[in-house]
Design a protein around this ligand. Sequence first.
Ligand code: 4NP
Length: 157
Amino acid sequence: MKKISVLFVCLGNICRSPAAEAIFISLLEKKGLKNAFIVDSAGTGSWHIGKKADSRMRIAAKRRDINILSRARQINIKDFEKYNYILAMDDSNFRDIQDLKNRTPSTKLASIKKIQDFRSVFNEHEVPDPYFGGDDGFDYVLDILEDSVSGFLESIS
Ligand code: 4NP
């Protein structure tokens, strides 16, 4: 069976999208679905390429038994062919991804959505960027993402 591929995207790929990726993988593992999916994350920006996720996010996730293992990379035009779903963390990411897709001469398979379109508990239309804030912001991002990432999985299963 063909795998379903999902790419989570934020600005730096060191806080929100690596957290979304790890939460999604953890959920898939719990449901015995991991082998049915290809999951990754990327940033629209290039500043942090090759870096581990922000230690504040890794520590906050670890407290929930979620391991963030990814290294930052930048989204590129091949991703539109490789992934079924590209999920943006906020409106600015969404616009940047659309702009890149519009400049891509490929068959453009990916469906681009905002992860918060799948929220049910938290009424946030965007995942707030925790990078310049305090430690609470990282836990709040994880709370929001646990809700919307599971909503996304329900929407496609
Ligand atoms: P992210 O957070 O987009 O959730 O990874 C950020 C990380 C770094 C920067 C901005 C946002 N930065 O400006 O370096």
